[in-house]
Design a protein around this ligand. Structure first.
Ligand code: NAD
Ligand code: DAU
Length: 358
């Protein structure tokens, strides 16, 4: 029997959710780097999908955009038949915990049913050629629940999701594993910590703080700001995903994190200082914007990833320190005013006033 085809050379890659934050960073990295491969981006363009992110590659001959829902079985099946995908990199999801608390059903629809639709199309189209194909499922560390003051998520951590978002991602992970076990689907799962960087929709903490600071609006911090996240620059996450796609072992779960644990209050303080510095404001001028608001229901206290096995297996390490990554991110938001203006529309303003009464 031939080895299970390492390193893997994908011919035509279906990227789902490629107009979102991480998916677009991934396509910006991959499309020019792998000119011999075709990339098809299937994205529904929800509020979080933004084709402006992909402006610099939209005319590349190895890139195609299709607007559609990953849960649309007929469409997904037609795309598999037409493009003969040998790899799927599955980013598409509803991704914001606060929105999952307000309206969980959309998370079931896209994150669970959407994932199963893709898995089922893949197993039908890859029958007899599983060894040369890959299904890379982009998941989250939140499926493992919440940590206390000590310890790390490891490959031995049990699934223990605590929000509708993380429950939907955990359910999707279980289906991915079940398709590997039952049908031999060549899957790889990435469970990654909190990303930040260019093109992130400003509902998430880091771009939200930057926008509030630029506009000198209150910066909402949940509870006492003591919750801890392990931050990773999106380019470092995409570098890890590239390695998983090209060299990852089928059937493997990779834990990805930045080893940059920080409390929310500390990261907010640091970001406000970086914005002040970039805007030429007096040091500390924006600290007064910090506003403690009601805590997120069921707020997970701490996430922290032990990524040593992934580093060893993939030869991957993050390239950005937390401060360098945040500085680069602040500068990106400051110099991309057109992007900000487009995102900062009426529906975003309506979201802010619904979510925060400040
Ligand atoms: P995002 O919300 O910025 O982008 C999601 C993209 O998926 C959008 O372009 C949206 O239009 C698209 N989409 C949503 N539902 C769809 C559907 N039914 N069909 C087709 N397209 C659909 O999300 P993100 O932050 O880029 O996250 C991408 C993936 O990475 C998600 O699966 C998320 O769970 C996972 N993840 C995110 C982080 C993070 O910190 N942001 C960390 C670890 C894992
Ligand atoms: O851990 C990976 C996950 O990280 C991803 O799977 C999710 O898609 C992504 O959204 C992110 O989830 P979080 O809930 O950790 O990210 P968020 O940016 O929403 O919040 C980060 C922390 O900041 C969290 O403890 C809640 C807090 N917070 C968030 C917002 C939006 C605030 O204090 N105030 C806020 O206004």
């Amino acid at each position: 029997m031939p080895p299970r085809s390492l390193p893997h050379k994908p011919d035509c890659v279906l990227v789902t959710g490629g107009a979102g934050f991480i998916g677009s960073n991934f396509l910006l990295r991959m499309v020019r780097r792998y000119a011999e491969l075709q990339f098809v981006n299937l994205d529904k363009l929800t509020y979080a999908g933004n084709l402006m992110n992909l402006h610099s590659i939209e005319r590349e001959s190895n890139y195609t955009f299709v607007r559609g829902d990953v849960g649309d079985l007929e469409l997904v099946s037609k795309l598999f038949a037409r493009y003969q995908f040998t790899s799927v990199v599955h980013f598409a999801a509803e991704s914001h915990v606060d929105r999952s608390i307000r309206a969980p059903l959309a998370f079931v629809q896209s994150n669970i049913l959407g994932t199963v639709t893709l898995l089922d199309s893949a197993r039908r189209h890859w029958d007899g050629q599983m060894d040369t194909c890959r299904f890379l499922h982009v998941s989250t560390d939140e499926v493992f629940g919440a940590l206390g003051e000590e310890g790390y998520f490891t490959l031995a951590s049990p699934y223990a999701p605590r929000s509708p978002y993380s429950a939907s991602k955990a359910a999707a992970d279980h289906f991915v594993r079940a398709y590997a076990n039952t049908y031999g689907l060549p899957i790889i799962i990435s469970n990654c910590s909190n990303n930040f960087g260019p093109y992130q929709f400003p509902e998430k903490l880091i771009p939200l703080v930057i926008l509030c600071a630029l506009d000198r609006r209150p910066v909402p911090v949940y509870g006492k700001g003591e919750n801890v996240r392990d931050w990773l620059h999106v380019e470092d996450h995409c570098a890890a995903l590239e390695k998983m796609l090209t060299h990852g072992a089928p059937g493997t779960t990779y834990l990805v994190g930045g080893s940059s644990e920080t409390s929310n209050l500390d990261i907010v303080r640091l970001l406000l200082n970086l914005v002040d510095e970039a805007m030429g404001r007096a040091p500390g001028a924006s600290q007064e914007l910090i506003t403690f608001v009601a805590d997120r229901p069921g707020h997970d206290f701490r996430y922290a990833i032990d990524a040593r096995q992934t580093q060893k297996d993939l030869g991957w390490t993050p390239s950005y320190s937390l401060e360098a990554g945040l500085r680069q991110t602040v500068n990106w938001y400051l110099t991309n005013q057109d992007w900000l203006n487009a995102v900062n529309d009426q529906s975003y303003q309506a979201y802010l006033s619904e979510q925060y009464s400040i």
